[in-house]
Design a protein around this ligand. Structure first.
Ligand SMILES: NC(=O)c1ccc[n+]([C@@H]2O[C@H](COP(=O)([O-])OP(=O)(O)OC[C@H]3O[C@@H](n4cnc5c(N)ncnc54)[C@H](OP(=O)(O)O)[C@@H]3O)[C@@H](O)[C@H]2O)c1
Length: 245
């Protein structure tokens, strides 16, 4: 059955791959983000791949006055409405240390902006008693570490928000999937150091589709990161605080 998928952060490497797969399944897509030209090209590509319909909506998570158009567009849909949030930003921790005013932007892009947009859309899913929310956080949110603790804190906040949302929406028949990627080969990691167990946007998109189908609650992708983070969370704080990775 054709469903509608709102993709927030549609220009993200991972979102692009998921959108392609959803288009091939014939769904309707609403691509949201800042880069209208890029999203228009993705929408055309989605229609060519078989999407029922694909449109673009401008939204800048740092400008709440841009949120209304998405809510209005979502309200024009009927049937099952799903939302996938890929938006986020990860400046270097050293840049943030040099300019602490950047913290607000990172938290807005990765946590409070997506949370506000979701909170505005959620009543539609609740009223319909169906749908899925996919929220992309990060393994970086599982434990604060020296290399990226502001980004990690924002992702931890978003993961906690999603946990509460799952608690709220489960009873209305709406499913919430929290996605925790390890390193993925995208624009975000481009030019950075070589990272262990790195995966691809294609593999992440496949993992998300399977997890949505199985109505899983939390997805680590690549899977190995579930084990890695279990070990990392168990390291006692007196030891962990001396580690740098
Ligand atoms: N790559 C990794 O290794 C990795 C690992 C774990 C988690 N993640 C998370 O996975 C998600 C997708 O990341 P990616 O690797 O695909 O990176 P990406 O290509 O940099 O995607 C980030 C997305 O967030 C959007 N965005 C940022 N600030 C925004 C704002 N103020 N308003 C609207 N959109 C905004 C970007 O839009 P613009 O094109 O307009 O900038 C882009 O679509 C992110 O949440 C990221 O934190 C990534």
């Amino acid at each position: 059955m054709t469903e509608t998928w709102i993709i927030l952060g549609a220009t993200s490497g991972m979102a692009r791959k998921l959108s392609q797969r959803l288009a091939e399944q014939g769904h309707r897509l609403i691509l949201c983000g800042r880069d209208m030209a890029d999203m228009a090209a993705s929408a055309a590509d989605a229609v060519a791949r078989g999407a029922d319909r694909a449109e673009v909506v401008a939204i800048d998570l740092r400008r709440p006055e841009t949120f209304g158009q998405l809510v209005e567009t979502a309200d024009t849909t009927d049937g099952v409405l799903n939302i996938a949030v890929f938006a986020g930003s990860m400046p270097l921790q050293s840049d943030i240390d040099a300019d602490p005013s950047m913290i607000a932007g990172v938290v807005t892009d990765s946590f409070t902006g997506p949370a506000e947009v979701l909170t505005r859309l959620i009543p539609m899913l609740e009223a319909r008693g169906s749908g899925t929310v996919v929220g992309v956080t990060s393994v970086a949110g599982d434990r604060g570490r020296v290399g990226n603790y502001v980004y990690g804190a924002a992702k931890a906040g978003f993961a906690t928000y999603l946990s509460g949302l799952r608690n709220r929406l489960g009873r209305a028949g709406v499913h919430v999937l929290t996605v925790k990627p390890g390193p993925v080969d995208t624009a975000m990691t481009w030019g950075g150091p070589k990272l262990p167990f790195m995966t691809t946007p294609d593999a992440v998109a496949e993992d998300i589709l399977k997890a949505v189908e199985k109505r899983r609650n939390i997805l680590y992708t690549a899977r190995i990161w579930a084990l890695v983070m279990l070990v990392i969370r168990m390291i006692p704080e007196p030891v962990f605080k001396k580690m740098s990775f």
